[in-house]
Design a protein around this ligand. Sequence first.
Ligand SMILES: NC(=O)c1ccc[n+]([C@@H]2O[C@H](COP(=O)([O-])OP(=O)(O)OC[C@H]3O[C@@H](n4cnc5c(N)ncnc54)[C@H](O)[C@@H]3O)[C@@H](O)[C@H]2O)c1
Length: 359
Amino acid sequence: MSDQETLIKNLGQTWPMPSKTNPVIIIGTGGIVKDAHLPAYKKAGFNVLGMFDIDKEKADLLAKEYEIDKVFSTFEEAFENKDCIFDLALPPANLLEVVEKLPEDIYAIFQKPLGRSLEEGNKIRKICHQKNIKACMNFQLRFSPIALPVYEAIQKNLLGELVELEVHVNVHTPWELWPFLKTLDRVEVPLHSIHYIDWIRSVLGNPKSLYCQSVKHPKVKDLADCRTSAIFNYGEHIRCCMTINHTHSFGRKNQDAYIRLEGTKGAAKMTLGLLLDYPNGEPEELEIITENTDWIKLDIKGKWFPDAFIGVMSNMQRFKNGEDDKLITSIDDSIDTMAVVDSCGLSSQSGGLKIDYAD
Ligand SMILES: NC(=O)c1ccc[n+]([C@@H]2O[C@H](COP(=O)([O-])OP(=O)(O)OC[C@H]3O[C@@H](n4cnc5c(N)ncnc54)[C@H](O)[C@@H]3O)[C@@H](O)[C@H]2O)c1
């Protein structure tokens, strides 16, 4: 095996763990906490001290399943121990009102999106600054075992100048599992593709402008939209786009979910196995090719769900301990993801450039 092959095979897949862990308190104990937060924290050995949900029965059931001692009866009680890390997993419509009630000087992780709009996101960010709340968002794709090696490959200049980034998703997503989506004006980008936009920003920086269209599907009548095409303008040397269809109900055969990144010296292809054959999922895959190698398939240990959630929490824990100098998905960085999401909605609404057809 050449040195470069060895280097690629050994690219890091996990975020470093904290030297000491602070207890965690979870606010909102719905689907994502059950499916990802709690399995991740159990796997990593993070101590969940207690949980709170306005639906106490739900919190009680989950606490029993994960042997968590404390289910708080009131919001105020949950925040008595300010030294914990507070992990908020609430529907977007409830986030602002909850952040308004948060105590000062705490560490908090918020679920995406940061409110229902950029306006709400800006309000949430402002409150966090005023109250000295050190907050980040759960953009866990950045910490997934297939994404971390890609950043390292870029840092080590294995891919050269980046010129091409495409997110391609053609799957069946059971939107009916999330009833709160029905109330939203925009769904696909703020709730799903927001992850890709955040990831794209983490690799290429902020786009200068964008073109976007999100559309409905006749079989998904209750949602404002469920499919998206978008192009992000990074100037004349980079092509960056997303094509996202959640309504491919024709079996596994032609489903696809990948991110392809190409540079002048190499390329990477990440397969988002979680999205394939839902809810079973398939393994996450990462292949990298460079000038000096053929395509190399890395031996990926772990998945976007739940493993990547360990990374977000590790970064927050280490930041609180003074071991990481910054929160990778800090609220100040994430607000730019919200800005791109907001522009996607506006672009879609604008209807694009009118075409001057012959009479
Ligand atoms: N990062 C990801 O990949 C990912 C995946 C799925 C969902 N999410 C996000 O997580 C959030 C929650 O999604 P979900 O699927 O768990 O939703 P859910 O509806 O299953 O759960 C939300 C929970 O919040 C509780 N809640 C509402 N208001 C509350 C309040 N004021 N105080 C305490 N609890 C309150 C509800 O009772 C419910 O149990 C959403 O913002 C969603 O976008 C993120």
